[in-house]
Design a protein around this ligand. Structure first.
Ligand SMILES: Nc1ncnc2c1ncn2[C@@H]1O[C@H](COP(=O)(O)OP(=O)(O)OP(=O)(O)O)[C@@H](O)[C@H]1O
Ligand SMILES: [Mg+2]
Length: 218
C-alpha cells in the first residue's frame, strides 16, 4: 500500500485553481525531489500532504485513509513539514528545541539535541542565542532540528537550504540522506538543480499546478 496518495486532487483558492487533478502516490522510504518554476504550486502541494490545507476536490490518503479523517495533531507528528519561511517562536533557540518535548510531556533529551546540533554544524552555545539575532540559514537549521527531534514517517522539506552556504548545505543533505536510509520518506522542494538529483530516487516536476513529469533518477 502507498504511504501517501493523491487521488484526483485539485486545490482552488479565491476562485483560482492552484493545483489541478493531481494523481500520484509515494511508497514508504521514497526520496523525491520536487522542482518547478516559482508559483507552480510546490509549497501548496506540501501543505496538502500534511493537511495544513484541504483539497477542494479529490482525496489525500495517508496509509490508505483520508487525511481529513485523521487527528491533525497526530498526523503532523507523523508527517513533519519544514516551511519555506522558517517559523520560530519564543526568545531563544532553546525555546524552540525544548518545545517538541513539552508538547509530548517528555523530558528533554539533551543528548539528542546535542547530536542534531553537531550534525548541522552548530555548537552548544548556539542554544542560548536569541531568535531575533539569527541569520536566515541559522533559522532554517533550528526549524529543521526542531522537526527532527522526534522523527516523522514522512519529512516534507520546502527549500530548507536556500539560505545556507555550500558546506552547510552538504551537512543538511547528508543528515537527510541518513534519515532516508533509515526508512523515512523524504519529499524535498528545491530550486537547486544539483541538489535535486544528488540523492533522490525520483524527480517530480510541477508546472502550472500540474504534474509535468515523475522521473526515476537512480
Ligand atoms: N493562500 C493563498 N491565496 C492565494 N493564492 C495563493 C495562496 N497560496 C498560494 N497561492 C498562489 O498559488 C500559486 C502557487 O503557490 P506556491 O507557493 O505553491 O508556489 P511554489 O511553487 O511553492 O513557488 P516558489 O518556488 O516561489 O516557492 C501562486 O500563484 C501563489 O500566488
Ligand atoms: Mg514555495
Amino acid at each position: 500500500m502507498s504511504e501517501l496518495e493523491f487521488q484526483n486532487v485539485s486545490y482552488v483558492n479565491n476562485g483560482k485553481e492552484i493545483l489541478h487533478d493531481l494523481c500520484i502516490d509515494f511508497s514508504p522510504g521514497s526520496y523525491v525531489s520536487i522542482i518547478g518554476p516559482s508559483g507552480s504550486g510546490k509549497s501548496t502541494f506540501l501543505r496538502l500532504c500534511c493537511n495544513l490545507i484541504s483539497s477542494t476536490k479529490g482525496t489525500v490518503l495517508f496509509h490508505g485513509k483520508d487525511v481529513l479523517q485523521q487527528n491533525p495533531i497526530e498526523l503532523r507528528k507523523k508527517i513533519g513539514y519544514c516551511f519555506q519561511e522558517p517559523v520560530l517562536w519564543g526568545n531563544t533557540v532553546d525555546d524552540n528545541l525544548s518545545f517538541p518535548f513539552q508538547v509530548r510531556k517528555q523530558e528533554i533529551d539533551e543528548k539528542k539535541i546535542s547530536c542534531l546540533l553537531a550534525s548541522f554544524g552548530l555548537d552548544e552555545h548556539f542554544r542560548k542565542s536569541e531568535i531575533k539575532n539569527l541569520s536566515g540559514g541559522e533559522k532554517q537549521r533550528v526549524a529543521l532540528i526542531r522537526t527532527l527531534l522526534f522523527e516523522p514517517e514522512i519529512l516534507l522539506l520546502d527549500e530548507v537550504t536556500s539560505a545556507l552556504d555550500a558546506d552547510n548545505t552538504g551537512l543538511v543533505e547528508k543528515a537527510i540522506l541518513g534519515l532516508n536510509q533509515r526508512g523515512i520518506t523524504v519529499l524535498w522542494v528545491t530550486h537547486n538543480d544539483a541538489q535535486s538529483r544528488k540523492y533522490a530516487d525520483q524527480l517530480l516536476t510541477i508546472e502550472n499546478g500540474r504534474i509535468k513529469s515523475l522521473e526515476a533518477i537512480k
